[in-house]
Design a binder for this molecule. Structure first.
Ligand code: FE2
Ligand code: FE2
Length: 253
């Protein structure tokens, strides 16, 4: 069933979120926890909060207007723009997406114990969160900053010498290989939730969590493809040309 936006006012929160889980996020952005308002209509929850229902619809529609760059555009973009784009992804994951999923999981009521993975999910998610934040911090602090130094290398003997020593400290080739071969941080959650199969889950709160995790996993996959197929190969080419240049200079001197 697809609801027309102009007919939404009198639909109950439970029904609208069952039909489209992203409404849970739209409501959350206005400070409304969908799982505490199942029986109220959208109009009623908005009145309670002093909001216009249009704000909720507007937010939901805006969620579909993607600002993502496609792979083709990124392939032909300068390397520093690719890095800025990846950093923008990181900050969206850490500041928006993951805190929302975390709050959905921690507010899940423990009364409902009929799902065997219920406690496991509560246990495993913070561990995944920690691993994921470490991954991002390492990329930004060491890898991206190294590639940016290669990209912005000035044409002077002093900066070439400095770069020469930087290059000795890091093996971009190994990092790229490890990044390509490592399992997604989501592998554990994928296994636990049997690939996010929510078809037999009646509990709407849990179903929304599964749908959010699945959507996040897809976003993360695209992010890794950009790193593996665009960032690392181009950074390795750049590193090689910088190394050649430095070698030629030292040979000439
Ligand atoms: Fe990343
Ligand atoms: Fe990564």
């Amino acid at each position: 069933m697809f609801f027309q936006t102009e007919n939404l006012d009198n639909i109950k929160v439970f029904d609208i979120v069952s039909n489209d889980f992203r409404y849970a996020k739209a409501l959350n952005s206005f400070g409304i926890d969908f799982y505490n308002h199942y029986d109220l209509t959208i109009d009623q929850v908005c009145k309670e909060k002093g909001l216009s229902t249009d704000s909720i619809y507007g937010y939901r529609v805006a969620m579909d207007e993607s600002f993502d760059l496609d792979l083709k555009t990124l392939e032909s973009s300068p390397l520093n723009l690719v890095i800025e784009y990846l950093k923008h992804n990181h900050s969206y994951f850490i500041k928006n997406k993951l805190p929302y999923i975390k709050s959905l999981i921690s507010s899940l009521s423990l009364e409902n114990k009929k799902y065997k993975f219920f406690n496991d999910l509560k246990f495993i998610f913070p561990l995944f969160y920690e691993d994921f934040v470490d991954h991002i911090l390492e990329e930004e602090k060491y890898i991206f900053s190294y590639i940016q130094k290669l990209y912005h290398l000035e044409d002077s003997n002093k900066s070439h010498a400095r770069m020469f020593f930087e290059m000795k400290k890091i093996s971009l080739k190994n990092i790229a290989k490890e990044h390509l071969e490592e399992d997604s941080e989501m592998a554990g959650i994928r296994g636990l939730t049997s690939d996010y199969s929510y078809q037999n889950i009646e509990n709407l709160h849990l179903k929304v969590i599964f749908q959010e995790l699945e959507a996040f996993d897809k976003e993360l996959d695209i992010h890794s493809v950009i790193e593996n197929k665009i960032l690392f190969p181009r950074a390795l080419d750049l590193e090689k040309s910088v190394a050649d240049k430095i070698r030629n200079i030292s040979f000439l001197n």
